[in-house]
Design a protein around this ligand. Structure first.
Ligand SMILES: [Fe+2]
Length: 150
């Protein structure tokens, strides 16, 4: 008997071959990233991880304005090699669109960089701005603000 035939006769492989794609690991069984992002409500009043966005509530179409994202604005987050904010990402989605635009990704060196960033952006339509941050010990956290464009 060849090695391949011997392997195909084992109970484990027979069971494995009986699996349909829906029973195997797939995108449907794995869930989605949104399920593991921790919302601001988890730290209500003592935000240490929430990437708080400061942006004007209303802007003019096409005119640059400043957006600041800061982790630890309310309660300072640790900034050590062992426990720190690794990065912040900033996204926007225009009202009525289903496509998210990545406005920027910002990496922070522990103990050297404060997890705070300010960038100029321009919007053409009413939009929601999202910030996502990653703490090396406590995972992904998000925040969002709406900006009206006239
Ligand atoms: Fe943390």
């Amino acid at each position: 008997m060849k090695r391949r035939d011997a392997l195909m006769n084992t109970a484990g492989l027979a069971a494995l071959s009986a699996l349909t794609p829906s029973k195997a690991f797939s995108a449907e069984t794995a869930g989605n990233l949104g399920e593991v992002i921790i919302p601001p409500s988890q730290e209500m009043g003592k935000e240490k991880h929430v990437p708080i966005i400061d942006a004007p509530a209303a802007v003019k179409a096409g005119e640059p304005f400043q957006v600041t994202v800061q982790v630890g604005k309310v309660v300072k987050h640790p900034n050590t090699i062992e426990h720190h904010i690794r990065w912040i990402q900033l996204y926007a989605i225009e009202e009525g669109s289903k496509y998210v635009v990545n406005l920027g990704t910002f990496d922070f060196a522990p103990t050297f960089a404060d997890p705070k960033v300010t960038i100029p952006i321009m919007l053409q339509k009413n939009s929601t701005i999202y910030a996502l941050e990653h703490c090396n010990l406590h995972g992904l956290w998000d925040y969002a603000v709406k900006v009206t464009v006239s």
